[in-house]
Design a protein around this ligand. Sequence first.
Ligand SMILES: [Zn+2]
Length: 354
Amino acid sequence: MPIKFPFSRRRAAPADAWTKCPSCDHQVFNRQLDRNLRICPSCGHHFRMSIGERIDLLLDDGSFEERDAGLESVDPLGFTDQKPYVHRLEASQVKTGLREAAVWGLGRIDGRRVAIGIFDFRFMGGSMGSVVGEKIARCFEAALEERIPALVISASGGARMQEGTLSLLQLAKTTAPLPHLDEAGIPFISILTDPTTGGVLASFASLGDVVLAEPRALIGFAGARVASGTVGEELPEGFQTSEFLLEHGFVDLVVPRTELRATVSRLLQLLPAAPVASDGGEERAWGPIGVLSGFAQRLGGAVSETIGIDASTTPTDGNGTAPASRPRRPAGERIADSGPSERPADSGPSEPGA
Ligand SMILES: [Zn+2]
């Protein structure tokens, strides 16, 4: 039961009607913030967004269909720090109304279908445990299966330490599907929002075909002090911001939230998933290798000899990995023909006498 003080009888506006902008200290009326896509009207600071707000921002109305909504974390290690892990999970579930720190599903952007994964930082700092990793991996696998672009909006403190090594395995799990998307010519657009750090940045989030970031988002692997201590030198001011990373080539575009949907829509138009060729093989619509092999196919065998790419269609080995072997095999044979016996030094490590 709440304690009532005599002087609190006069009803003031509820304390949570206003939010103080951490960037300019301006008091912003919450409703105004919501109307303004959670951007500070006075300085342009981008406040964090919930998953629902992200869906409203990016996807066509009513197009989102959540998948694997029932996946829920367990506590395989029986982990307790200041509180048991299960209590932390419950508290986050009550606070956010979510089961986990990420949600994935299928939706449309200006009519184009996408597989989309979205993080919510309010749920245990958007940390990636087994369930979050599984959801992101399934998002990529669905993109591959349905041949639609994948889109992930990250907001995460990194791996979920309460799951120990299991959380670190998510780095591999979420990254593993990406080469298959690449081989199949399915684009992955990664959107980094404040903050994207740790194991999320160190895995799939920095591997987008296009990496977008919201203005002034904190993006980095470790905290500034740890990073500075590790390399043993002073790091430049703001080295973990979107703008700094754009300047240094880790981010392709810093996009204000007001333009995010239009930018993603334009990218989806420019990077459609490659069509499946009529003979059942996969044909790349874009990308450097796609451009080369497309070029080779148009100009015929002479060019493919020159650039070392076999333009003929290789039947898949049933594992979805055939395209990777396509450019390499002829080159390997040519080297072998020129006399492997002349080059014993190359096999050095296995022959200690050489
Ligand atoms: Zn502000």
